[in-house]
Write a protein that binds this ligand. Sequence first.
Ligand code: C2E
Ligand code: CA
Ligand code: CA
Length: 633
Amino acid sequence: MYVIALVGGWWLAMTHWSVAPIWVTLIYPAVMTAYMGQRIFISLKRWNARPGRAELERWHGKIKFVTVVSTGLFTLWMLSFFPYGDPDLQVQTLFVIAVMFFVIIFTLMNLRKMMILSTLLANGIYLAYFYNYNQQQFLFVAVFLALVSCGMVLVLNMQYLDFVKLIHTSKDLKAQAEELERKQVETWELSEQNYHIANHDSLTGLPNRRCFLAELDKRFETAKVAGTPLVLCIFDLGGLRTINEIYGVKIGDEVLLEVARRLDQKLSSQSFSARLAGDEFAILANNGDFDLPWAKAFFRDMFAESFSLPETQVRLSYHAGLARLHEAVASPIVLLEKAVYAQQLGKRNKNDPVVLFDADHRAQMTLNTRIAQALRSPAIVDEMSVAYQPIVEIESNRIIGVECLARWNNAELGSVPPGSFIPIAEQSGVINRLTLDLLIKALVAAANWPDDLRIAFNLSATNLSSRGFAVTFLELLKEHRFNPARLTCEVTETSVLWDFTEAQKTIQILKEAGIRLSLDDFGTGYSSLSHIHNLPLDCLKVDRSFVSGIRPETTGYGIVKSMIALCRDRGILCIVEGVETRAELEVLKNLGARYVQGYLYSKPLAREDLDALLRSGRTIEPAPYEETRAVGS
Ligand code: C2E
Ligand code: CA
Ligand code: CA
């Protein structure tokens, strides 16, 4: 703007050199040149400046003033030539004035207020000047110029407003995009968190069952395709339940945390460990070294150090099952089943808690599958029978009752012992039906026996924890007009603890009907005295493992002695199981035992044999000394 004004101004000065006075052609232009030179200098200085907001506002304030002054000075400068020129020069001056108008308007178009102010000021001066000038056509030119410049300002103003709107819109868009990005980050973080929660155990931070199954699938596929080793190990802790019961769940949680810490410390980074549930953990190792000796040493080392409890230290036991991937393992689930199977064996085997699934186990598992299938066959009702083992009062040799024991003779499998098929019947969900079928058989047989002969009947964990089982059980007694007071139900500690709350409800229903309750295999399970106090027991059965070869110097002696004393204190019956020899009987008699059950008196008998025995009287003699071992073998 300044450069164009100078060029225009000096051009007019030169063309008016001979007609205008010196203050118009030289002095005024020189002053204007100095002023505008200074403005140009300042502008050039600021050319590359990147002012802050405060600085910009300060400049803006100054520019308002400078603009008004500059516009005023230009206008007056241009007009100063006007009275001295002939009509040609006047037209030339008007041309420069018009050009300057456009220059001012365009250069100020981004400073809207300044543009309007300058236009009004310049127009005001020109209109006032030409109004007072005596030639009308110049006033017309001034009015026309005012109209054109105002129209231009109007158009530019509208453009300016559109431009501002555009900036706002782009600002809004930018803000929206930023917000969207922030939300995306937030969503991503949330989904990361959700993924972590869904796949990790909140207590130990270890991957959970879901995550473990996914990892198992992944590693299984990779190992199968690449032919690399894969070992799956499942293990659980012994005694955590007792710690929870005695010290509370918080201390139990501490123990679990410590186990997770030790796992993390001792396992290589390629191995994957997870907490499956409660006290159950899993390890996946692609390392071929993770074999049986390694696993045994690993667990021995991991559990060698004791765990700190309030005021004491305990060493935890564990049971681990390992399964290795090979051609016969068709799917990840099969591998898992094998590891679980091996772990169950580890639980039963007290001397060796770490078991690797091998060919023998595979054969056993196949047999178990066949047993499970056969148990589902409709022929099962006919194939099953009940054997009855007398329970005898030592003093009088009188049979006070019989224990009902399941017997199964299958066409293909032959005679399957209850110790084999009862757990499978539990797992495959047929145990309730089976128990009720056996009960019916026992009730039918008992109809012929003396009214005071007691019947002991075994119940399993599933029986106790199934709602509605007790009701059906009692309905059957009613149907067969069997007096519930004659019946004793035998339960084990393990079966009661399986689902203690439900078991308690079942037991209560049975007890209210008048049925007696007996704790079977006492001494082999948790043997927690609190259970004896919490259950409405009428009888306790001492397990035969304490009886075999019992002598005053054996550990069984002390245990049986205290069990008999415990029953006497609590006023409940004590039956000692598995008595096989006269020597054992003598020792038991000396300890004060009154009731026994065992091969020494009788093996479990078929219904007809027991019928015959009862017909010949209620007493039974123990086998003579020389025969006792033969009977037991
Ligand atoms: P249990 O309830 O402890 O039954 C006693 C077991 O000891 C019976 O084995 C019996 O034959 C055996 N036995 C009795 N006297 C002697 C002896 O002097 N020496 C030796 N070595 N053994 C003796 P069985 O019939 O093989 O039953 C094994 C287990 O299967 C039972 O142990 C019981 O837990 C379970 N069982 C049997 N029948 C049923 C049933 O109908 N329902 C349920 N839930 N479980 C059953
Ligand atoms: Ca029993
Ligand atoms: Ca028993």
